[in-house]
Design a protein around this ligand. Structure first.
Ligand code: PLP
Length: 413
């Protein structure tokens, strides 16, 4: 893993070396990905699938090769099961629409968890509204892990789909998705895994997980913005109606009606982002060269180190602050860590104030509800400070964060 592969990191912000700890929002891009975009537009750009001419054939081959690279990366049985989307959000909306049209009737239930991102809540709420269905929520235990006993009770003949985050974008907790899938399958219920925060940090194998659907976003995985994927088992995708009409999703169109193309094209209306898919393939190969296990181990070590250093800071500043609340401290996590700091009187130091001062000191963190308002409401805070790691982050940068926090606390209390 070579930090110098990422040109953007080599800069100063407000006169301080940039520490980029906002990878859960989006990752930075290695030079090979930046070059791939430039190469595409400089040498082979042409619209795909429809051309007899050379450039179109090259572009088509690049797009389809990328699909194969990504299918292999997530362990899909066939590249037909990988549908390109604009990102996780679009994948979940596609699924909510298509699955909803095919399978959801009045009174049916869809189950999500209390730690979901809005992208894995709102499309299901919209579906429930359209179909007069019911959204059920798996509650959290006191330690903020999912209450699996309560989950088992929620599963019933009315349950038609479970959609669950693999890794929480606020807590970083790795959910026991294998167990969740096993329990759902025992009731013949399919499961969608929101992999937006797992695929960048952990090896993923959809066949080993046995999930029925899986979604993730390229831009969180060192690839450009605007490209993501929805994986679905072939037998499920074959039962779903298309999401959008037009372009390559058709077989024949006449005034009498339209017949639809085969997988995966049936779900890819309009000109796909073939430059994005190609660059994502390059990013995936870059991750594979670094070694996904190696990335996972490196980031796990960063989380452990950050938790340890935050605790040490709380002890050191015990006359100025009463505590640093690390959410889900010590749980199995990937990539993400959230915390809040309380002053000596026990009042929350507003995360917005800390985030603003950290930025002045060159440290990019995210503060707020992180598009998971129900979870933040459950935590009874206005927001958290979230740090999230990429393969290029270092323990030295964690030290810079701790030094910056110390400065900020001294200014604020
Ligand atoms: N789901 C989770 C768990 C996320 O963390 C995110 C983004 O932060 C999303 C879904 C939405 O991803 P995107 O904005 O790339 O569609």
């Amino acid at each position: 893993m070579n930090r110098s592969d990422f040109p953007i990191l080599n800069q100063q912000v407000h006169g301080k070396p940039l520490v980029y700890f906002d990878n859960a929002a989006t990752s930075q891009k290695p030079q090979c990905v930046i070059d791939a975009i430039s190469e595409a537009y400089s040498t082979w750009n042409a619209n795909i699938h429809r051309g007899t001419h050379h450039l179109s054939q090259v572009a088509t081959a690049k797009h389809e090769e990328a699909r194969t690279i990504l299918a292999n990366m997530i362990g899909a049985k066939s590249s037909k099961e990988v549908l390109f989307t604009r990102g996780t959000t679009e994948g979940l909306n596609m699924l909510a629409f298509s699955f909803g049209e095919a399978f959801i009737r009045s009174g049916d239930e869809i189950t999500v968890s209390a730690m979901e991102h809005h992208s894995n809540i709102v499309p299901w709420q919209m579906l429930c509204q359209r179909k007069n269905a019911v959204l059920r929520v798996i509650p959290l235990r006191d330690d903020l892990t999912l209450d699996l006993a309560a989950y088992e009770h929620l599963l019933s003949p009315r349950t038609k789909l479970v959609s669950i985050a693999h890794v929480s974008n606020v807590l970083g907790i790795i959910n026991p998705v294998e167990e969740i899938i096993r329990l759902a399958h025992a009731h013949n219920v399919p499961v969608c895994v929101d992999g937006a925060q797992s695929a960048p940090h952990l090896p993923v194998n959809v066949q080993a997980l046995d999930c029925d659907f899986f979604v993730c976003s390229g831009h969180k995985m060192y690839a450009p913005t605007g490209i993501g994927l929805l994986y679905g088992k072939e037998q499920w995708l074959n039962q779903l109606p298309p999401y959008q009409g037009g372009g390559e999703m058709i077989q024949h169109v006449s005034w009498e009606g339209t017949t639809y193309n085969e997988l995966p094209y049936r779900f890819e209306a309009g000109t796909p982002d073939y430059v994005g898919s190609y660059a994502w393939g390059v990013a995936a190969q870059y991750m594979q060269q670094c070694g996904i296990e190696t990335i996972a181990a490196h980031e796990k070590q960063l989380i452990a180190y950050a938790e340890q250093q935050l605790n040490a800071l709380a002890a050191e500043l015990s006359s100025q602050i009463s505590r640093i609340a690390i959410y889900a401290a010590g749980q199995k996590k990937a990539g993400v860590l959230s915390f809040n700091i309380y002053d000596a009187a026990g009042n929350l130091i507003h995360p917005f104030d800390l985030g603003t001062l950290l930025d002045q000191l060159g440290v990019a963190v995210r503060i707020g509800h992180h598009c998971a308002e129900p979870l933040i409401t459950h935590l009874q805070v206005p927001g958290t400070i979230r740090i999230s790691f990429g393969l290029y982050n270092t323990t030295d940068e964690v030290d810079l964060l701790i030094a910056a926090l110390k400065r900020a606390i001294q200014i604020l209390v």
